[in-house]
Design a protein around this ligand. Structure first.
Ligand SMILES: Cc1ncc(COP(=O)(O)O)c(C=O)c1O
Length: 420
């Protein structure tokens, strides 16, 4: 369920016509629906309502402060992967005791920052990280609560770029080695073992890989128990998919049910790290047609958004539905929707049946709330776009459009260039 609908042929976000937002803030613009965000968070979190759990929203999917504050206000924590994400989360008011830190390359300063912020748990991804974290914690006179992120070697049956739980992936530690690392961790004064974790991939459309991963974690926990290592937190990661095109992912209720059935006992606090399923269908990217052109009998609509604003189509060949902001009667034609960037990989949609668009027409790139703005860059020196949140008949800018001055902020011309 989302709240982007046509009212008298005008695409609206909740009760606001999308064209009114574009008129006020310009294009391209990301538009998020407050009602959809809230509903998705509550549906997910509520599905686990009867077991001890913590929903740690995976903020890499969309890290705008407004969204973090919204979820934190509903009891959510966050899953972070960098010091920058920790800064954003704390700045948005997320409770540090609800923050888990994953990632294969946590830097020394990231570890120090997270330790002094007293986050809930570090999901450790390598033996060297464990030693570094122990050293940092000892230097600070603290104990770092840890889990080991296990790579359970489960096929998530998704795009290879977003598979993370196969043995050939860089993430986590294999089960056998994880056992050795848990044993090692018990000898280190700077760390306290509190959990096990995994994250097997993103955009999963079946529950069986999650259940398979959970089975492996349970076996591991049983082995650890024999070694007198007890576990409080079981972090299953994120990864539940959404509908972009014709995918039929399980409803969060079904996902929760299958996990709870496998979990059986609830002595652990379950941690979940959903990203896409909460925000993906709660946002759209609105862009304006600049030119319509036909080249070698192929139709192109050149729009003002590009791969730097929404990278997923270029990066993964990902599908996003394209919808007109005002329905236009008449013939549809097959066309590519492309951006102004000087790369043939710069497209938002390929060979799509779309309305016969004209310059100044607005279109919406649907399901752009996850891994949209957060993956954007300023490639081709294109300032990052504006973000807006709609609530019923009101909307507010939640990130202003960057300016040309922002593009050169921090850059300088070295004095020695003047020596020539
Ligand atoms: C460790 C971890 N947790 C959670 C997520 C969120 O995944 P999704 O957006 O598919 O729920 C990711 C995504 O890559 C991740 O790496």
């Amino acid at each position: 369920m989302h709240h982007f609908h046509y009212k008298q042929n005008e695409l609206c976000c909740e009760d606001v016509p999308v064209s009114a937002i574009a008129a006020k803030v310009g294009t391209p613009v990301y538009v998020y629906s407050h009602a959809t965000l809230k509903q998705h968070f509550d549906a997910f979190d509520g599905a686990f309502g009867d077991v001890k759990h913590l929903t740690c929203y995976s903020m890499k999917s969309n890290s705008n402060k407004a969204l973090l504050a919204l979820f934190a206000g509903r009891g959510g924590g966050v899953d972070i992967v960098s010091g920058g994400e920790l800064y954003r989360a704390l700045n948005a008011g997320v409770d540090p005791s609800k923050i888990v830190f994953s990632g294969v390359g946590k830097s020394l300063s990231d570890l120090e920052y997270a330790l002094s912020s007293n986050i809930l748990m570090f999901n450790v991804e390598s033996p060297q990280e464990l030693l570094k974290l122990n050293r940092v914690a000892r230097e600070k006179g603290r104990k770092a609560r840890i889990s080991i992120r296990v790579n359970p070697d489960v096929d998530p049956k998704t795009h290879p770029y977003i598979s993370t739980g196969l043995k050939e992936n860089k993430f986590g530690i294999g089960v056998e080695e994880a056992i050795r690392q848990y044993e090692k961790a018990t000898t280190l004064n700077g760390v306290e073992v509190v959990g096990v974790s995994c994250h097997i991939g993103s955009q999963l459309t079946q529950t069986s890989p999650f259940v398979d991963a959970l089975k492996k974690l349970k076996e591991l926990i049983a082995q650890l128990a024999k070694m007198n290592i007890s576990i409080r937190y079981l972090d299953l990661g994120g990864g539940l998919g959404i509908t972009y095109d014709d995918e039929v992912p399980p409803h969060p209720k079904q996902y929760a049910q299958d996990i709870k059935t496998e979990l059986a006992s609830s002595e652990w606090t379950l941690i979940l790290e959903p990203g896409r399923v909460i925000v993906g269908n709660a946002g759209i990217l609105v862009t304006k047609v600049l030119y319509a052109k036909t080249s070698h009998e192929k139709n192109f609509f050149v729009v003002d958004a590009a791969m730097n604003d929404l990278m997923r189509p270029s990066l993964y060949g990902a599908y996003h539905a394209i919808q007109p902001v005002k329905k236009i009667p008449g013939e549809r034609l097959k066309a590519d929707i492309v951006g102004p960037i000087c790369e043939s990989g710069d497209f938002l949609a390929k060979d799509r049946l779309v309305e016969t668009l004209a310059p100044e027409d607005l279109i919406a790139v649907m399901s752009a709330g996850a891994y949209g703005f957060s993956m954007s860059s300023t490639y081709n020196s294109r300032p990052r776009v504006c973000e807006v949140m709609v609530r019923e008949d009101r909307f507010e800018i939640i990130r202003t459009r960057e300016t040309f001055a922002d593009l050169v902020r921090g850059e300088s011309i070295p004095g020695f260039l003047g020596e020539d």
